[in-house]
Design a protein around this ligand. Sequence first.
Ligand SMILES: [Zn+2]
Length: 411
Amino acid sequence: MSNYQRDTCRLCQSKNLEVVLSLEPTPLCDAYVLAERLKEVQETYPLDLYLCRDCGYVHLTYVVDPENIYTDYLYVTTSSMGLADHFQLYSKEVLRRLNPISDSLIIDLGSNDGTLLSFFKKQGMRVLGIEPAREIATKTTNLGVETLPEFFTSEMADKIEEKYGFAKIITINNLFANIDDLDDTVEGVCKLLSPDGVFVMESSYLGDMIKNMVFDFIYHEHLSYFSVKPLLKFLDRFNMELIDVQRVPTKGGSLRYYIQKNGGPRAVSAFVDEMVVYENDHRLDLVETYETFSNEINARKSDLTNMISKLQKEGKTFAGFGGSATTTTLMYHFDLCDKIEYIVDDNPAKHNTYSPGCHIPVLSSEEIYERKPGYVIMFAWRYFEPITKKHQRFLDQGGHFIVPLPELEVI
Ligand SMILES: [Zn+2]
């Protein structure tokens, strides 16, 4: 496969699609490079969000070949603080709600280093991971969580079922939004799931993305921006039903969806209907909603760029804080590439890399004490509280943090 522009809705196949938010094209958002690759030009790709006027699904239609995304660049696993705690709570919550008998099979799609599965295993479940990153899969198997080094497909589901039997629970976290051919994935899930089984899918929530201004979470890896209503219709095509939804705070606001086969043993929670009412009230399926969203984003952009040009005239200098995937969307859309001298990050694995496309150096966060930039723009704005706490010394020595979102603020 190579990169392509799809012309149908990923959920309902309709061609009745409309562009509702056009962000500046960016290179692959996480493609930070080492010095030896600085001569290479990194291509930019369209970053336009489309609304399906038939089912209300919001998505990117420009699809970058996963081979380009996941193999060509240096990938630094961010040791996300609190992730293990999140998965421990997740495993307990899922077992409490679904109450499978001990030794039931739980399969995690995109299981990474097996953290979630290890918690299920500790609580007496049989577990199997599916993880295409071969090295991680092998390492995880050796550590006691069996992990198949593959991309999950419906064809593969048959083979897994033959060898391991049906799963009582299948989980997928964040990965679902990155998959282009969702039909095939869900077909596979249907084949593998036992008749009384539950498919648990966690993904960032469109309603929260708009409410919390988390537009920088839009990048090429994230093809889907899910909400409840379009998913109900989609699942029905596979004779599956949504039985419950749970709000979770990760990624600027996410939903955990609990899904069973039609006629499965579990009753549908009233919360599913409540979410549909919420989405109707917030008009998530109307073009106007995104016009407002787009205007708000562009208003924040002018606020920030006006402030920067004023400060530049006073001779002030600027750095950025946080070299992650969201930084790329934010820098390109807010036109900051030629305004920032360097980016700092607390994660040593990011140091001495260069940002995707515009190649701004990423340095240790200690540099803000040495180089004393007047202003540091908080690209990692969702974490500004712990970051400002940790770097209070920078404020004490007269520096300022600029928080660009959800409202422009200078600290
Ligand atoms: Zn649709």
